[in-house]
Design a protein around this ligand. Structure first.
Ligand SMILES: Cc1ncc(COP(=O)(O)O)c(C=O)c1O
Length: 425
């Protein structure tokens, strides 16, 4: 079995040397410019802070539907733990929206990943293929099961896993493939399904960032044996913290449901025939989740509208690679993510610093799994050039559902100004 690290794992100077070219610099300080200094500031609204306008965060939340009403019902009825009507109502509503018969609400997306892998029977001595370009939770959930993480590189077009590399990584120990729908763009599921079917592997979707996305007309979440979603505060549907497993496989759903709740036995309380977890979602979280799920189309439309507004303003700027949308998918642009190419005029980190000084928050792309201290030594020497370039060049801009057109305009103008200023300097 695995043992948690009780001391931070630090890479040596010799190990860190080549990584420094790729790793992002320190987080820049986010400050609003002094009033009226020529940036074309937009007027402050109710969320405002500082002199002329609000800080433009990478993501904010929109909680002005039924969220408060449902939460109040939880408090007034005293149903605040995982019993209560909202958990099953949220599960049913969300699962139906992604075309699945079953939804198993969890404490987080990471818990949902672990739960799904456990319910699929993944354990020690197994191998699971995951993209190296993902949030570390995808790989960690595999590690929690005791299975070994096997990595594949990303595609430079969609930033999703390179399906052509998957087959070469399959061994007699391989049990599953996890496809991540990165930043809201669905992975190429048809060839993955074909490979998984031919080799008898489970196919799990990590749809943590892709609520409402679709592939060949079908919603993500219904495209593999099971899928997982995250409802962390910056996700398209949020419960603050939370996650869900969706599946059409009744047996899998039953096992996941049972493992989620300490694997309590149905006919004798405090009798446990499996090693279970407590990964339950509370009624409070599910109350927020149900209200959010009721307006999933609106929340997705806001992300897509933001993306179109950014695209119109940034497409002509030299040195930026904007996010794509393959013809067979609906990309939900969870975050408006782009690459700052070497021709842009300034580096990705310089651009971030300039924007931060104008009150515009950005976030760098994931640091690939194979460069993370806890995975580095095991994967040392494995080449993942695309993921490393994404890590070096990528950032995402403010992308939340409350972003206004004039705010997107401001961000785009500041991006353009940074490029021009650096080029003309
Ligand atoms: C691709 C991906 N997988 C898994 C997770 C984990 O979700 P959570 O933070 O809810 O545990 C995230 C979270 O941000 C993610 O982006």
């Amino acid at each position: 079995m695995i043992r948690a690290l009780l001391e931070e794992l630090r890479l040596s100077e010799e190990e860190m040397g080549p990584l420094r070219r790729v790793l992002p610099g320190p987080e820049p300080e986010l400050t609003l410019p002094a009033d009226g200094d020529g940036a074309g500031d937009v007027a402050r609204d109710g969320n405002g802070a500082g002199a002329g306008r609000r800080l433009l965060r990478v993501c904010d939340t929109l909680l002005d539907g039924n969220e408060l009403r449902y939460l109040t019902e939880c408090i007034e009825s005293n149903w605040i733990s995982s019993a209560g009507r909202f958990v099953s109502a949220f599960e049913e509503r969300f699962a139906a929206a992604v075309g699945c018969a079953h939804g198993i609400a969890c404490a987080s997306g990471t818990a949902a990943l672990h739960l799904a892998l456990a319910a699929l029977g993944i354990g020690p001595d197994d191998e699971v293929i995951v993209p190296t370009f993902t949030m570390i939770a995808t790989a960690n959930a595999v590690t929690y099961t005791g299975a070994r993480v096997v990595l594949v590189d990303a595609l430079s077009e969609s930033w999703n896993l390179d399906v052509a590399q998957v087959e070469a990584k399959i061994t007699p120990r391989t049990r599953a493939i996890v496809a991540v729908h990165t930043y809201g763009h669905p992975a190429d599921m048809a060839p993955l399904r074909e490979i998984a079917g031919r080799h008898g592997l489970a196919l799990l979707e990590d749809a943590a960032e892709a609520h409402g996305a679709a592939y060949r007309g079908a919603a993500v979440g219904s495209l593999g044996d099971a899928a997982v979603f995250s409802f962390y505060g910056n996700k398209i549907v949020t419960t603050g913290e939370g996650g869900m497993v969706t599946t059409n496989d009744e047996r899998l759903a039953r096992t996941a449901r049972r493992l989620r709740d300490h694997a309590f036995s149905a006919d004798r309380h405090f009798w446990h025939g499996y090693l279970g977890f407590n990964y339950r979602m509370s009624n409070l979280q599910a109350a927020v989740g149900l209200a959010q799920a009721e307006r999933l189309p609106q929340l997705v439309a806001a992300r897509r509208r933001n993306a179109e507004s950014y695209r119109r303003r940034l497409a002509a700027l030299p040195g930026l690679t904007l996010p794509g949308e393959r013809p067979e998918v609906v990309n939900v642009f969870w975050m408006y993510a782009l690459l700052v190419e070497d021709e842009f005029g300034c580096s990705r980190d310089d651009l971030r610093r300039r924007l931060a000084g104008r009150g515009i928050e950005t976030r760098t792309f994931f640091i690939p799994v194979h460069l993370q201290p806890i995975y580095f030594r095991r994967h040392r020497g494995e080449p993942y050039p695309v993921a490393e370039e994404l890590c070096r060049k990528g950032l995402y801009l403010p992308s939340g559902p409350t972003l206004r057109e004039d705010e997107i305009d401001l961000v785009a103008r500041e991006v353009a100004r940074s490029g021009r200023a650096a080029a003309g300097a």
